[in-house]
Design a protein around this ligand. Structure first.
Ligand SMILES: Cc1cc2nc3c(=O)[nH]c(=O)nc-3n(C[C@H](O)[C@H](O)[C@H](O)COP(=O)(O)OP(=O)(O)OC[C@H]3O[C@@H](n4cnc5c(N)ncnc54)[C@H](O)[C@@H]3O)c2cc1C
Length: 423
C-alpha cells in the first residue's frame, strides 16, 4: 500500500520494477498473484481507492466459478483477490492513474503525490472496459439528471448509498441489463420497461428470472430510444418501433443505458501498438506488437465474465515470466480477422502454430441473431476449423474450442473468421 513515506521517496523519480500492471480488477489481480508466486517483483497501479475493479460494486452473486471454483458475490470476489494480492507482497499503488508514455517508453503515472515514470521490463495493461454512455449513443434531448449506465448506477447505489429514483427504464436486454434491473429492484426503484433494438432478449431465462423475481417487466423489442424527455430531471423516454416506426413515450425519472462495451484502450493506442477494432491486437499469449507490452481482461475482449478475465490475467503472467526469463518476442504472426457478422476475435493474432489461444478458446461476438450455420476459420481458401452452431446471439459471448491440431501457416495471409448460414 502507498504510504506518505513511499510517496515522498518516489515523487518525480524513475522507478525500476520487473513487471508493472495497470488495473486492479480481476485480470490485473490474478496476474499479479501468479507473478508473485514466480518470484517476480511486481507493482500494480489502480486509479480507484480500492482494488477489485467492477465486481466491487456488483452486489449480486455469480462470480468466481472458473477461477476460484465457487460462486461469490461481486464484492466478496473483489475482496478475496485484493486480500491475496496484499498478502502475496504485490506493491500496490491506489489512487494512481497511468496517463501516458514518456519519450523513453516508460509508463507515466500520476497520483496525489505527483508523477512517476516506470522503467518496467514488462507492462501488463488490464484496464477493462466501460459501457457506452448516452452521449456516445447520440440520443437527443436535454441533459437532465437521472441518466446512468449500469456501472454508475451500481456505484451510486452500492458504493455511495445515494438515492436513485422511483421509476426506471433500462436500455438493453443482455446479461448486464438484468444486473441493472436487479440493482434497481433491490433499491426499491420500479422498472417501467426494458428496451432493446434486437428482436428478442439476449440473456438466459434463468438469469432473467433471478434478476426480475416476481416482477413482470415489459420488454420492448426492435425498439430504439429516440429522445430523453425532461430538463432538470428525466420525465420519460420516447421510444420508436423499428418496424412500424410508431412512437410512444414511457414516463420515468431514471434511464439506465447498459452494455455496448468500449475497451479502455487509450494507453494501448498511445503506446502505440496495432489495434484490432477497439482492442489492442494480442496473440494467444496476450503479447501485443511491442516487446514487453501485454494486455489482458476486458481490454482485449469487451466484455467477458470476471473469471474469464482472471484466467486471462494468469495466462498473461505465465507469458511475462517466459519473457523475463528468455527475453524472446515473436517476430512474425498472422492476423485473425473477423468478417461480418462477427465484430472481433480474441486472440487477434496467431504467432505459433504449436500454441493454442488462451484456454484453447477463441472468443468473438456477432451483431445480430443468426442460425443455424457453421463458424469457419479460413486461411487462403483453406478451412482450418469448422464448428456448427444452432444459433448465435448478439451481446453474448461466443466461445469456440480450438483443437490442439490446428495448423496455421505463419508465412501465408490472415486467418479469417467466417459464418456460413445453413440452407
Ligand atoms: C453490471 C455488471 C455486472 C456483472 N456481473 C458479472 C457476474 O455476475 N459474473 C461475472 O463473472 N462477471 C460479471 N461482470 C463482468 C465483470 O465484472 C468483468 O468482466 C470484470 O470485472 C473485468 O475484469 P478486468 O480486470 O478486465 O476489468 P475491470 O474489472 O474493469 O478492472 C479494470 C481496472 O483498471 C482500472 N484502470 C483503468 N484504467 C486505468 C488507468 N489508466 N490507470 C490505473 N487504473 C486504471 C480501473 O479503475 C479498474 O479497477 C459484470 C459486469 C458488470 C458491469
Amino acid at each position: 500500500m502507498t504510504t506518505p513515506a513511499h510517496r515522498a521517496h518516489w515523487a518525480g523519480r524513475v522507478r525500476q520494477v520487473d513487471a508493472l500492471i495497470v488495473g486492479g480488477g480481476p485480470a490485473g489481480l490474478a496476474a499479479s498473484l501468479m507473478l508473485r508466486s514466480a518470484g517476480v517483483h511486481v507493482a500494480l497501479i489502480e486509479r480507484e481507492r480500492s482494488l477489485g475493479g467492477i465486481p466491487r460494486h456488483s452486489r449480486h452473486t455469480g462470480y468466481g466459478l472458473r477461477d476460484l471454483h465457487r460462486v461469490l458475490s461481486g464484492p466478496s470476489y473483489a475482496a478475496h483477490y485484493a486480500a491475496l494480492a496484499e498478502q502475496a507482497g504485490v506493491e500496490i499503488h491506489l489512487t494512481t492513474t497511468a496517463t501516458d508514455w514518456s519519450a523513453e517508453g516508460h509508463l507515466v503515472t500520476t497520483s496525489p503525490s505527483g508523477r512517476v515514470q516506470w522503467a518496467a521490463k514488462a507492462v501488463l495493461l488490464a484496464t477493462g472496459c466501460r459501457e457506452r454512455p448516452r452521449s456516445a449513443r447520440l440520443v437527443p434531448g436535454d441533459r437532465p439528471a437521472g441518466v446512468l449506465t449500469t456501472g454508475t448506477l451500481q456505484q451510486l447505489a452500492d458504493l455511495f448509498h445515494l438515492p436513485i429514483g422511483e421509476r426506471a427504464v433500462v436500455v438493453g436486454a443482455e446479461h448486464v441489463s438484468f444486473s441493472a434491473v436487479h440493482t434497481l429492484l433491490t433499491h426499491g426503484v420500479a422498472v417501467a420497461a426494458m428496451v432493446t433494438d434486437q428482436p428478442a432478449s439476449q440473456s438466459y431465462t434463468l438469469l432473467r428470472a433471478l434478476a426480475c423475481g416476481r416482477h413482470r417487466l415489459p420488454l420492448h423489442v426492435d425498439t430504439d430510444v429516440v429522445a430523453i424527455l425532461g430538463s432538470e430531471r428525466v420525465r420519460g423516454v420516447e421510444l420508436e418501433d423499428r418496424r412500424s416506426h410508431a412512437r410512444w413515450s414511457v414516463p420515468c425519472d431514471t434511464v439506465v443505458f447498459t452494455g455496448a462495451w468500449v475497451p479502455d484502450y487509450e494507453l494501448a493506442r498511445t503506446s502505440p501498438v496495432a489495434m484490432s477494432g477497439p482492442h489492442p491486437r494480442v496473440d494467444q499469449w496476450l503479447r501485443t506488437a511491442r516487446p514487453g507490452l501485454f494486455a489482458a481482461g476486458n481490454l482485449v475482449h469487451a466484455a467477458e465474465p470476471a473469471d474469464v478475465c482472471a484466467l486471462g490475467g494468469r495466462q498473461a503472467a505465465r507469458s511475462i515470466v517466459q519473457y523475463l526469463t528468455h527475453g524472446e518476442w515473436p517476430e512474425r504472426g498472422v492476423e485473425l480477422v473477423a468478417s461480418d457478422p462477427f465484430m472481433w476475435t480474441h486472440p487477434s493474432q496467431l504467432t505459433s502454430t504449436l500454441e493454442r489461444p488462451t484456454r484453447g478458446r477463441l472468443l468473438t461476438r456477432v451483431r445480430h441473431f443468426l442460425g443455424p450455420g457453421v463458424i469457419e476459420l479460413v486461411q487462403s481458401d483453406r478451412v482450418l476449423h469448422a464448428v456448427r452452431r444452432p444459433r448465435l446471439v448478439p451481446n453474448r459471448s461466443i466461445s469456440i474450442a480450438l483443437p490442439a491440431s490446428l495448423r496455421v501457416d505463419l508465412t501465408a495471409g490472415p486467418v479469417e473468421l467466417r459464418w456460413r448460414q445453413a440452407r
